[in-house]
Design a protein around this ligand. Structure first.
Ligand SMILES: *Cc1c(COP(=O)(O)O)cnc(C)c1O
Length: 419
């Protein structure tokens, strides 16, 4: 699929007059339209709710847009819970799907009214001591082994640190019931960034069967099944995007096959999507500031891995468009780099692009999720601003860029120690 930036060269030049590059920009209209489509895809399920994975794009303005579209939040840390609370999310619109959880975070999650999703059986006692067992509780399942869709291995749950074994989840449900829990949920996350309409239906099949079995074995009342995240986006132009309407229909079919005949036709479906909700609707905008001709051709830009870590961390592909040269032939081959003293600080390697001139504005696509959020401060580099392209075409800053004062803030009061 052709990747077209949601801002033109003219628009970018206008924005840059106020907000210099690099910055992340998000497309409000597209975020809302996509959220509505997800809701439509699962409208057959009365209790359906998307709990947006805050870690993907932890910005209050984004969270509020999704709140207006009927979403809750999925958190896994104190800060994410606090941000959700400050944005007005409350019970039952916060999910707490954490792992390796500190004691105090269970207390805080309970205080803000989050639904607690236990990653491990030992967390039952911890939760009991932290705040008592709430009436509504969820447990995370890990089936182990390999996870395949037909003959394709999608991921390797047996190597993943998350969730409980089949034996443990049964034992957990029995104990939680004894301790007073009344409403149960099952959660599982088996593959990341799936570009396949089969992932959710396949996962749903596994979890729906498990739900029927657990209901029969333990007598608990299963109220919801949380399909978690993992529905992906096509980062490369050759891939077809997922069709969320097909995915929703696929889950409905399995629901009717497995849950309905077992008297479980009132179970709510929850999702915790991050990437699918935001990735395509955010872009990193950066300016070419340096060209270097040695054994390869390099274009240096004013963004670096601090602004987008995925290429350095996973070798991830992010499509790049040179604004104003959308239709120019891609007859040059470049490595597009940031300035970190790390040779993996490259947004693209051996990428065919049009001839790039200094001052050209580059759009790095699909950075709306797990983009800004993964930022760090290596080499003393500062995080960028985040901007929002509003539905009326105006642009607002929704996070200012970091300053060197922010970077030094944790050292204030320590400067005199080094004399
Ligand atoms: C990261 C994460 C998500 C979101 O994953 P995406 O791939 O962005 O959809 C959802 N739930 C949990 C528990 C996660 O850790």
């Amino acid at each position: 699929m052709l990747k077209i930036p949601f801002i033109t060269k003219e628009k970018a030049e206008e924005i840059i007059k106020t907000y210099p590059t690099p910055f992340h920009i998000y497309d409000e209209k597209a975020i809302r339209e996509n959220a509505r489509k997800l809701k439509q895809a699962f409208s057959w399920n009365k209790g359906f709710k998307e709990f947006f994975a805050v870690k993907a794009t932890p910005n209050p303005t984004i969270l509020k847009i999704l709140k207006e579209e009927g979403c809750g939040t999925d958190c896994s840390s104190y800060s994410e819970l606090l941000m959700s609370k400050k944005c007005g999310f409350k019970n039952p619109d916060i999910m707490f799907s954490s792992n390796d959880t500190p004691f105090e975070e269970f207390q805080y999650a309970n205080e803000v009214g989050a639904i607690i999703n236990l990653d491990d059986i030992t967390h039952i006692d911890m939760l009991k001591d932290a705040c008592g067992i709430p009436e509504t509780i969820c447990c995370r399942f890990n089936p182990g082994g390999k996870f395949s869709i037909s003959t394709t291995i999608m991921d390797n749950p047996g190597d993943a640190k998350y969730g409980m074994t089949r034996e443990q989840i049964k034992e957990a449900f029995i104990r939680l019931k004894e301790l007073g829990a009344k409403n149960f949920g099952i959660h599982s996350f088996l593959a990341s960034n799936t570009v396949s309409n089969e992932y959710y239906p396949t996962l749903a099949g596994i979890l729906f069967k498990l739900a029927v079995e657990l209901k029969n074995e333990t007598g608990v009342d299963i109220k919801f099944i949380n399909l978690s995240g993992g529905v992906g986006v096509p980062y490369t132009p050759d891939k077809e995007p997922n069709d969320i309407l097909v995915i929703g229909e696929g889950v409905r079919k399995v629901y009717e096959e497995i849950l309905v005949p077992n008297g479980m036709g009132d179970v709510s479906i929850y999702t915790e999507l991050g990437r699918f909700m935001l990735a395509p609707y955010g872009q990193l905008v950066t300016t070419a500031i340096h060209e270097k001709h040695i054994y390869k051709e390099y274009i240096g830009v004013d963004a670096c891995a601090v602004n987008l870590m995925r290429p350095a961390m996973y070798g991830a592909y992010h499509h790049i468009t040179v604004l104003g040269k959308e239709n120019a032939p891609c007859d040059h081959v470049y490595d597009v780099t940031g300035s970190l003293c790390e040779n993996n600080d490259k947004f693209a390697i051996d990428r065919k692009l049009p001839k790039i001139d200094m001052g050209d504005i580059l759009v790095i696509h699909d950075t709306g999720a797990h983009g800004f959020a993964m930022g760090y401060n290596y080499n003393g580099k500062l995080k960028s601003a985040e901007l929002l392209l509003r539905e009326d075409g105006s642009v607002v800053e929704i996070r200012r860029p970091e300053t060197v004062e922010d970077y030094f803030a944790t050292l204030d009061g320590y400067w005199n120690v080094i004399e």
